[in-house]
Structures are given as structure tokens and as C-alpha cells.
Design a protein around this ligand. Structure first.
Ligand code: 13P
Length: 264
């Protein structure tokens, strides 16, 4: 049975002064057997969140929101995967905001996946189409192209053993309050598994966790997680709100129990 993952992407919010207490509050409100919880704060808050969770709830993992595609070098202002040793165990790569603002290409993102795996970080690889792509009926083609560009050269067994997770985040749903329907998200998750199968992933495709991201809230999580193809969520705005996270993770707990990942 695939694991159930709820990952919080805090984006460019919180400070080292307030991140620890927010993480502690969220951890306390989201204790739910069988659900893998991850909090991804800004780089400068990683240590505060790590320390707060180590004290209060070590089951919540810490993730970074990005890494560089090289291991070291003259890259002012960047952070390499090995630098996260002791700070994080997960990392988001290829978020659409970085594709948009930092010009990240699929090839660069594929290298980031490699660097994450080299460093023992579990990558959450983000893919997703623009609104125009969906309106033109090209959503699955775009996501297929992203997967091929990012994972075409990947060592499959290493990606599986390294705990790769894919997050389907349609760009038009991010921060807009307009989430994809459960039906559409599930159709894309199925398309992602078909693409991976066609790329030679074979038996690995069905076992890969696929999350949905884009305006996830405590209100719409039930519709999304009602779909067996969806294994959790990558949550943005709502992940800064303990009440919202409590509702989201509680619903994920129902899925975890239904999958036999936690006792009834
Ligand atoms: P929102 O939940 O704010 O739409 O953000 C989604 C996202 O980008 C998570 O990575």
C-alpha cells in the first residue's frame, strides 16, 4: 500500500523567531497514525523547525523548498543538498514558482532530483500544467514532457529506494482558491503513472506516491483523498494555519486507516 503524505510548503513565510512555535503547534494538532507529515519552511527557519520538532514530535519530518543542482561551487546565495545534512530529510524540487521565477528547466530539475538522492534527501518532484494548457486539452502532454525531462535519465531503483514522491500541482490552482476536482487530479495521477510506465518504470509506477497540490484546504481535502490514485497533498497557504492542517491531516488519517497503514 502506498504511504499517505501531507507536506506543508510554507513558501516565503515565517522567521527563525516564529517558525519553531508554528511547527510545534501544527505537530500537536496533526498527530494521526499512518500519515507521513513533512514541514518545509524557508532555509533560514530549518534549524528552528528541526529543534522544535525534535523536542515535541520527532515523527514530523523537515524538508527544504529547493536545492542547487551542483554539489558545491561559485553559486552565490545558493544552497547545495549536502549542506542540509542534519537540517532536513526531504526537499521540494521543481516547484512551479521556481520554474517561473528562477527559470528552472526540466533538465536542471532532473539534476536536482539526483543531488537530492545523492544526499539522502527524499525529493518531492513538482509537475503541472498552465491554465492555457488545460484549456487546450494539452495538460497530460505537458506533464508527460516534464516527467521525461526531469526523470528521463533517472536511475529508477535509486529513485524508488530514495523515496521519490511526485506532486501534481496545476499552476492555475496554486494560490488561487480554485482547486482541481478530485476527478481531474486522479485522472492526472493515472496519466503520470502511465507516463512512468511508458518510460520503463514498470512495476515501480504503481508504487510511487503522487500528491495533489493547489488550493488544498480542510474543506476540499475529502474530495481529493476520496480518489485512490491520490496519496496525499502538498499544501501551501493552508499549511500556515494550524486549524486547516488539523482538518487536512485528520482526513488523511481516514485514508491511512482505509489502506491498512494504521489500526482502525
Ligand atoms: P496553495 O495551497 O497556496 O495553493 O499552494 C500550493 C503549492 O504551491 C504547494 O507547493
Amino acid at each position: 500500500m502506498r504511504e499517505v503524505v501531507i507536506a506543508a510548503n510554507w513558501k516565503m513565510h515565517t522567521t527563525p523567531g516564529d517558525a519553531g512555535s508554528l511547527a510545534r503547534t501544527i505537530a500537536a494538532r496533526t498527530r494521526e497514525a499512518g500519515v507521513t507529515r513533512v514541514i518545509c519552511p524557508p532555509f533560514v527557519c530549518l534549524a528552528a523547525v528541526r529543534d522544535a520538532l525534535a523536542e515535541s514530535d520527532p515523527e514530523v519530518a523537515v524538508g527544504a523548498q529547493n536545492i542547487h543542482h551542483e554539489v558545491a561551487g561559485a553559486y552565490t546565495g545558493e544552497v547545495a543538498a549536502p549542506m542540509l545534512d542534519g537540517l532536513a530529510t526531504w526537499v521540494i524540487v521543481g516547484h512551479s514558482e521556481r520554474r517561473r521565477d528562477a527559470g528552472e528547466t526540466d533538465a536542471v530539475i532532473g539534476r536536482k532530483v539526483d543531488r537530492a538522492l545523492d544526499a539522502g534527501l527524499r525529493p518531492i518532484l513538482c509537475v503541472g500544467e498552465q491554465l492555457a494548457d488545460r484549456e487546450d486539452g494539452r495538460a497530460t502532454d505537458i506533464v508527460d514532457k516534464q516527467l521525461r525531462g526531469c526523470l528521463g535519465e533517472a536511475d529508477l531503483a535509486r529513485a524508488r529506494d530514495g523515496g521519490l514522491v511526485i506532486a501534481y500541482e496545476p499552476v492555475w490552482a496554486i494560490g488561487t482558491g480554485r482547486n482541481a476536482t478530485g476527478f481531474d487530479a486522479a485522472a492526472m495521477a493515472d496519466a503520470i503513472r502511465s507516463s512512468l510506465d511508458a518510460m520503463g518504470w514498470g512495476d515501480l509506477a504503481p508504487s510511487l506516491p503522487i500528491l495533489y497540490g493547489g488550493s488544498v484546504s480542510s474543506t476540499n481535502i475529502a474530495e481529493i483523498l476520496a480518489e485512490p490514485s491520490i496519496d496525499g497533498a502538498l499544501v501551501g497557504g493552508a499549511s500556515l494555519k494550524p486549524d486547516e492542517m488539523a482538518g487536512i491531516v485528520a482526513r488523511a488519517g481516514i485514508t491511512a486507516r482505509a489502506r491498512g497503514l494504521a489500526p482502525d
